[in-house]
Write a protein that binds this ligand. Structure first.
Ligand code: ATP
Ligand code: MG
Length: 360
């Protein structure tokens, strides 16, 4: 223990702690609840500056309440309770503004054991972000369960029917049922692959293996694939503007991004799909635009969320595509946005920096 040492080392800056350096909010009050000091993080969290609060009662300034609306200060009861009580464990509370916060308190007694309370030290940290994550996780579980159940119900229904009444169906009927089962099984597999991507993105475990990637060549390859699968040639138009720098990217992931955006333009958009590749200050910009209805500006951030699919439910997507695309682009250090294209439809535009070889 250093105690009140005054040797040279403890006097230097390493040992001086400023409450404004703390990551958590800190409010100190006297035993009655009159505010003595407020640190910078508390001001940031609550929007209340120290000079607005000092001298006033904590209940009037911060007024934390629990989820049942009970006044936290009253509950803390600095005059009552056991004289050995020194702390109040962290609780999720709300400010009148509806902000969620985790608040804990320490009751400072003199003498330390069993003495009178002289000060109350309150710490707070933002719980909003954590609560939002927990809520979205609960939504995710129910959405995933639902998404998995419908194809599995169909698989189960058709196999059960075929097993029970095999001889009663013609070969053609059996073929149709088996094709449906096959497509539904593919759908389940795809959904699970996408969910694994989502979990890698969310936990930051997405690995990028860089190599030189020729973006226009990758676009052309996807176009060729789609044309070979029966789409009309004129549906896609690739334009390269200017001279592109050499880009070090993860080829599989860039393929996935391009394929997703082009698939969306076909499935949710209309007309010709134009892919423009051009250099920018620090890398390459790719725009994928179509001539469909586009995306209203107020939905421009929502389309990148998990499971958001507008009124496209009938078109059979899961709403994970753009969330994954955004995660893949950001893992490359790039960014993506959507706006109205020059011909009215949606224009998804992403930028990726040129990157460097993995071990450079
Ligand atoms: N080019 C586009 N034009 C109009 N709306 C679009 C376009 N691209 C995406 N959207 C809208 O954004 C929603 C989210 O797209 P996203 O790719 O994330 O999901 P999805 O295509 O529905 O399903 P998934 O890609 O997982 O199969 C779509 O459902 C659609 O409503
Ligand atoms: Mg999609």
């Amino acid at each position: 223990m250093h105690g009140e040492h005054t040797d040279e080392r403890s006097a230097d800056s390493a040992c001086v702690i400023d409450v404004d350096d703390l990551p958590d909010g800190l409010v100190v009050t006297d035993r009655d609840g009159h505010v003595l000091s407020v640190n910078r993080a508390a001001t940031r969290l609550t929007g209340i500056a120290g000079d607005q609060a000092v001298g006033r009662h904590v209940r009037d300034v911060f007024s934390f309440r629990d989820h049942d609306g009970r006044d936290w200060w009253k509950w803390l009861d600095t005059y009552g309770g056991l004289s050995t009580r020194t702390r109040q464990p962290e609780l999720p509370l709300r400010t009148p503004g509806g902000q969620e916060m985790h608040v804990a308190a320490r009751l400072v007694r003199r003498p330390e054991r069993g003495g009178e309370i002289v000060r109350v030290v309150i710490t707070m940290r933002d719980a909003g972000a954590r609560a939002r994550i927990e809520r979205s996780r609960a939504d995710l579980v129910s959405t995933v369960a639902h998404e998995l159940r419908s194809p599995l119900t169909s698989v189960k229904g058709f196999t059960a029917t075929l097993l029970a009444k095999w001889t009663r169906f013609t070969d053609d009927q059996k073929l149709v049922m088996l094709e449906t089962v096959n497509a539904d099984a593919d759908r389940v597999t795809r959904l699970i692959t996408e969910l694994l991507d989502v979990s890698r993105i969310e936990s930051g475990r997405l690995e990028i293996h860089r190599q030189v990637v020729d973006i226009p060549a990758r676009v052309q390859k996807i176009i060729d694939g789609r044309v070979a699968a029966g789409e009309p040639e004129g549906r896609f138009l690739l334009r390269v503007l200017g001279e592109l720098p050499e880009t070090w990217l993860d080829q599989d992931k860039i393929d996935q991004v391009l394929a997703n955006l082009m698939e969306n333009a076909v499935r949710h958009g209309r007309g010709t799909v134009t892919i423009v590749v051009e250099p920018n200050q620090w890398g390459v910009t790719v725009s994928v635009r179509d001539q469909g209805e586009g995306i209203p500006p107020e939905l421009a951030t929502r389309v990148f969320r998990q499971f958001w699919r507008g009124n496209a439910r009938r078109r059979g997507g899961t709403g994970l595509g753009l969330f994954i695309v955004k995660g893949l682009i950001e893992a490359h250090g790039g960014s993506i946005s959507v706006q109205r294209g020059p011909e009215g439809g949606a224009e998804f535009r992403f930028m990726v920096p040129t990157g460097t070889p993995d071990f450079a």
